[in-house]
Design a protein around this ligand. Structure first.
Ligand SMILES: Cc1cc2nc3c(=O)[nH]c(=O)nc-3n(C[C@H](O)[C@H](O)[C@H](O)COP(=O)(O)OP(=O)(O)OC[C@H]3O[C@@H](n4cnc5c(N)ncnc54)[C@H](O)[C@@H]3O)c2cc1C
Length: 429
């Protein structure tokens, strides 16, 4: 039986393992294995809401093991450390508990086809002090750390009867930085309603720092202009053309010699694929460690290895690179699935073409701006407000549908609505 291993159960990998399990796995035409270093999945674009407490990660997280049982794939907990191309196997590092006691020794798993979908991490570009003093929003644990530190700062302020301010600096005005800045204002409004009467937006000093000339550099200027205005209205201090050169325990130094005082600092200024991918098994990588793939999503040096999502460098026919986005990971999972099926039946593999359906940026619960790529308009169309919010949420709904199907997703939406009535709107513990 063909053995297919998918490493990384994120936006792309979990959708792929689910599709493969529901078809090849169910019919026993292939053995599908998903490997992840964590035991549960949370869709990464939700992390800024976890960070501010607007979303409880425990409610939306999916257990890989339970999901695998329902969708006919095997789940292996473990962190990939090496690919051994000669004998077609991967090595998973030993698992130890918090005290360092060995739980599972190092293992090897054999494959016929391997799919790498291990995503990306924040890129600090080697900036001094960032690793020690800034929080990265790469995982639910880091988002939780931000939430705890933020709540502690608010608690301290409340103990001083609201005398002072909480200073939060966010470096990088891409979607993550912009969404987090706006969501923070949402959070403080909710806290005000939960008995912290002396806390309001005036007690929150959020500075959003961007090295480029404008925020949201990947989006059309009209949209970044609208988002900029919206942030300023919320009270966010937006500083463009500002390069951070060092992070310290009390704030950030900029290239112009300014110092931005901050109690909490978040680094969201770009991504890179995990460092261990550099030179892994002689595969080709780029300067941000992404594995270089051909248009079929197979690596440039080994047809048995596919790569999808943020850890892939995939060039399009016009020479542009596929951006590291959830919608790209979702589309790549579908193309990779069809190509793996084609391989099973000896058909020709097809190239992956990125379809940009537009980008939306959530500026708190009721305000969203962005662009939709319209077939009718033949280009990008600016959208704002509630309609944009609905489309923004639909990206997550598409991910849920790919994992659970229509009926279960419908039930989950219903449970979400009920939870909104039963639970506090902010995670307070
Ligand atoms: C705060 C935030 C907001 C975002 N908002 C948006 C948005 O609005 N729209 C959008 O399109 N994109 C957004 N993105 C980007 C989007 O989340 C990513 O592009 C997408 O998640 C990439 O999917 P992926 O499958 O490549 O990787 P991921 O979803 O990151 O999944 C990678 C998986 O690999 C696992 N893994 C990593 N290393 C190993 C290892 N060594 N061994 C085993 N398993 C491993 C991880 O545990 C994880 O489960 C956002 C990102 C962040 C951080």
């Amino acid at each position: 039986m063909t053995r297919i291993i998918v490493v990384g159960g994120g936006a792309g990998g979990l959708e792929l393992a689910t599709k493969l399990g529901d078809t090849l796995g169910k019919k026993k035409r292939a053995k599908i294995t998903l490997v992840d270093r964590k035991s549960s999945h949370l869709w990464k674009p939700l992390l800024h809401e976890v960070a501010t407490g607007s979303l409880d990660a425990g409610v939306d997280a999916i257990s890989y093991r339970a999901h695998g049982c329902n969708h006919h794939f095997d789940f292996q907990l473990g962190s990939l450390s090496q690919i051994n191309r000669e004998d077609k196997s991967i090595t998973l590092a030993a698992i130890t508990d918090e005290e360092g006691e060995l739980l599972v020794p190092e293992r090897e798993l054999g494959y016929d086809y391997l799919v790498m979908a291990i995503g990306s991490t924040s890129n600090d570009f080697g900036t001094k002090g960032v690793k020690d003093h800034c929080i990265f929003l790469d995982s639910p644990e880091q988002a939780d750390r931000f939430r705890t530190e933020m709540n502690n700062e608010f608690l301290k302020l409340h103990a001083k009867n609201g005398d002072g301010k909480v200073n939060i600096a966010i470096v990088g005005a891409g979607a993550t930085g912009v969404e987090l800045s706006a969501e923070l204002h949402n959070a403080i409004k909710a806290l005000h309603g939960y008995g912290f009467a002396d806390l309001d937006s005036t007690k929150l000093n959020v500075t959003l720092v961007e090295a480029g000339e404008r925020i949201l550099p990947a989006l059309p200027p009209r949209i970044s202009g609208a988002a900029h205005q919206e942030l300023v209205k919320l009270g966010v201090n937006v500083r463009t053309a500002t390069m951070v050169t060092e992070a310290t325990a009390s704030g950030l130094y900029t290239k112009d010699g300014d110092f931005i005082e901050a109690d909490i600092m978040v680094w969201a200024a770009g991504i890179k694929a995990p460092d261990f991918l550099k030179d892994i098994a002689g595969l080709e990588t780029n300067r941000i460690n992404q594995l270089v793939v051909k248009s079929t999503l197979q690596t440039s040096r080994d047809d048995a290895i596919f790569v999808i999502g943020d850890c892939a460098q995939c060039e399009q026919p016009d020479g542009s690179m596929v951006p590291p986005r959830a919608q790209a990971a979702h589309q790549m999972a579908s193309r990779c699935y069809r190509n793996l099926i084609a391989l099973q039946s000896g058909r020709e593999l097809k190239p992956y073409l990125y379809k940009d359906h537009g980008s939306l940026v959530s500026l708190s619960r009721f305000s969203t701006v962005g662009s939709l790529m319209g077939n009718l308009t033949g280009g990008s169309m600016m959208v704002e407000g509630r309609m944009a919010r609905v489309v923004y949420i639909s990206l997550y709904r598409m991910h849920q549908m790919a994992l659970h199907g229509t009926v279960k997703t419908g039930l989950m939406i219903l449970v979400g609505r009920i939870n909104r009535l039963l639970r506090p709107s902010l995670k307070l513990h």
